[in-house]
Design a binder for this molecule. Structure first.
Ligand SMILES: NC(=O)c1cc2c(=O)c3cc(F)ccc3oc2nc1N
Length: 329
């Protein structure tokens, strides 16, 4: 049927809202309310309408997730706020040392937030008035690579937030274990070299110059921090995580607020074994001072925050070896 521009605009807006809702249900809530064919049908309808009325085609449309020709190279981008790396702790004593240093640097009680340390690729996402405008790798912490087109293909990255906020969030893009296994099976069948681990597979996928390849790699993301946020109201990291979730940004559900380092140590121990049951790889636990004013007081060294550390699990092969020894006794 022939539509005039006003009817087309109204139809396009309706289709976008429906498709965005379906995306959120399917990918972030894992609870689709419509069958796939209905989603595909509406997407096709949107694509055709936007082709018929190109003035209404905007970058934040669900139809623009997998767009554009392959790039010749990645453009370098500067991080306004450096993306630093975490110091490490390898045992309980080092966690207690961290806690002592933190309490020595602040004059009040300190509570912590513990998060699973996702083993993927650190990325930063910039939103302006709620629209996803740029995504970048950490790079050397000051200069990263613009991988916006590839990040747009990650279904759990909203192209538009639930509120028109201007902020830059940080997170870990990763490849779930099932996607990793399927990808390696396909690669071996083709005679290609399999990826050594999901982190390499995620990094390799996001370094593809052709977004259509990245789109097929079933990548996912957990967001875990804020680089900068205009009009931010949060006073604690735990509040930030809740605010991010409300904006439609996917955070990892396993985070926990701990009132002291002993609770942190219990949480860390509980995940040494449990992590095998996750459908994504983690290589440790990140521990952060919760109050943002205390984070500011503690500040940074040249390369790491003083208010956070990463407890690293012993490498998997180490555990397997121990099991072998026990079994062989
Ligand atoms: N891989 C992760 O799951 C993860 C990584 C980091 C960081 O690398 C990180 C680096 C900083 F300088 C400050 C906070 C951070 O918080 C983080 N939180 C996480 N959950």
């Amino acid at each position: 049927m022939v539509m005039n521009a006003d009817e087309a605009k109204k139809k396009i807006d309706t289709l976008r809202e429906e498709l965005e809702q379906y995306r959120h249900e399917y990918h972030t809530l894992d609870a689709p309310s419509v069958p796939d064919y209905e989603y595909d049908q509406k997407m096709q309808e949107l694509i055709e309408l936007e082709e018929e009325f190109p003035d209404f085609q905007t970058a934040d449309s669900p139809s623009q997730r997998v767009g554009g020709a392959p790039l010749d190279a990645f453009v370098k981008v500067q991080h306004d706020v450096p993306m630093l790396s975490l110091g490490n702790a390898f045992d309980d004593q080092e966690l207690r040392d961290f806690d002592r240093r933190v309490r020595g640097g602040t004059d009040e009680d300190v509570s912590y937030v513990c998060e699973l340390k996702i083993d993927g690729l650190a990325v930063s996402l910039r939103y302006e008035d709620g629209v996803f405008v740029r995504g970048a790798t950490r790079g050397d912490g000051t200069t990263g690579e613009d991988i916006t087109k590839n990040l747009r293909t990650i279904r759990n990255i909203p192209l538009r937030l639930k509120q028109p906020e201007t902020l830059e969030v940080r997170g870990e893009a990763y490849m779930p274990k099932p996607s990793f296994n399927a990808l390696n099976e396909a690669r071996e069948e083709r005679g290609d070299e399999p990826f050594a681990n999901p982190r390499n597979a995620a990094a390799g996928s996001l370094r593809q110059l052709d977004p259509k390849i990245a789109a097929k790699r079933n990548l996912d993301i957990f967001l875990y921090g804020i680089g900068q946020w205009q009009d931010e109201s949060s006073e604690a990291h735990s509040e930030r995580l809740e605010q991010m979730e409300k904006l439609g940004l996917k955070t990892n559900p396993e985070w926990k607020k701990c009132n002291d380092i002993e609770e942190v140590i219990d949480y860390v121990h509980s995940w040494v074994e449990k992590r095998q049951d996750l459908d994504y790889e983690i290589d440790g636990i990140v521990i952060k001072v919760d109050r943002l004013d205390q984070q500011d007081t503690l500040g940074f060294t040249a390369k790491s925050p003083r208010w956070a550390t990463a407890y690293k699990f012993p490498a998997e092969e180490a555990i397997t070896t121990l099991k072998d020894i026990e079994l062989s006794v």
